[in-house]
Design a protein around this ligand. Structure first.
Ligand code: GFB
Length: 314
């Protein structure tokens, strides 16, 4: 249980909505504000809103996010929006005397060739993966903001680093999505049209660690309740698959009978980013949803909520 004055920044996103579902199941009231009412990039508006609403806690799930292509194509949006949102919320939280904040980062903060599994101490020990360095730099700045307000003002602000995520309310736009929603959509549409093949970007060899967003939501609430240290904390699934294995699995879940082809003109991104999550598991959190079960759940959500809309927008 957290408390009943908790603001979920980014409550309509995949992560924020999972946290909202979890807290509401626990009987918590949550504070939310829609994008139309509050632009998180507007410093004055964020400061006024936080001073007027004064939550006791903030879960910071608001961010400009996207897959490998969007990160590479829109570097200015990814660095500017995220830096603005982070500095506005974290500074305004301090001004409004909010003492507890959980900031969410990403495993792409770590160097491209970090030791595997990646411990928290690998931060800032080497160059980043170029396709997402803009987003990564902004997320590193978010960690540093939390640390700075803790160091200077004693604020109990912490940072949690998730691995690659998927689940209900994912983004199914093929230009901006991550790999799991992209492949669910591609296989589903290929099944409907009877297409002979589905094109998977890159070589298929990169390894990725995928966590269902409902597991992450529990991890975030767990860290809110049980973790209060300067260093950020990893929160991952603890296992990895290659993109080829992932594509085969999604093909099976969707029940598509055609072939896979690999478009090597598209970037692979970082070769591997398995995090060492032993710190959070020692605290008592661990994931419960295996990848196949989570993919079945995601495909069901896609059919019920997104497939029709997506088909109309093609
Ligand atoms: O999920 P994804 O875009 O994120 O791509 P990253 C993961 C891998 O899947 C890459 C391959 O090797 C892609 O080339 N892939 C294969 C595809 N087919 C597809 C497809 O149809 N769509 C997409 N999107 N990928 C992002 C970062 O990196 O991960 C962000 O850019 C963030 O900053 C996020 O950290 C979690 O893992 O490569």
């Amino acid at each position: 249980m957290i408390d009943n004055r908790i603001w979920i920044a980014g409550h309509n996103g995949m992560v924020g909505s999972a946290i909202r579902r979890l807290l509401q199941e626990q009987g918590q009231e949550v504070l939310t504000v829609d994008r139309a009412e509050l632009d998180l990039r507007d410093q004055g508006a964020v400061t006024s809103w936080l001073k007027a609403n004064r939550p006791t806690s903030i879960i910071f799930a608001a961010a400009k996010v996207g897959g490998i292509y969007a990160n590479d194509q829109y570097p200015a949006d990814f660095i500017y929006d995220n830096l603005a949102i982070e500095s506005n919320i974290i500074h305004a939280a301090h001004l409004a005397d909010v003492d507890r904040l959980v900031f969410l980062g990403s495993s792409c903060i770590y160097p491209k060739f970090a030791p595997q599994p990646i411990p928290e101490s690998a931060l800032l020990t080497g160059p980043l993966e170029p396709t997402n360095e803009w987003y990564a730099i902004a997320k590193i700045a978010g960690i540093k903001l939390c640390q700075a307000y803790r160091k200077q003002y004693g604020r109990r602000y912490i940072s949690v680093m998730p691995c690659n995520l998927y689940g209900p309310r994912d983004n199914y736009n093929l230009q901006t999505s991550h790999v799991i929603p992209a492949l669910i959509r591609k296989f589903h549409e290929a099944k409907l049209t009877g297409a002979a093949e589905v094109v998977v970007w890159g070589s298929g060899s990169p390894l990725r660690e995928f966590l269902h967003v409902d597991d992450l939501a529990k991890g975030i609430v767990y860290c809110h309740d049980h973790y209060d240290e300067y260093e950020h904390i990893n929160c991952g699934a603890g296992s990895e698959v290659s993109i080829r294995e992932l594509a085969e699995l999604i093909k099976d879940v969707v029940n598509y009978g055609g072939e896979l082809t690999f478009d090597v003109s598209k970037p692979d991104g970082t070769p591997r980013k398995l995090m060492d999550s032993s710190k959070v598991t020692a605290l008592g959190w661990r994931p419960e949803i295996d990848l196949r079960t989570g993919l079945v759940d995601s495909y069901r959500w896609y059919i019920e909520h997104a497939a029709g809309n997506v088909a109309r927008s093609v």
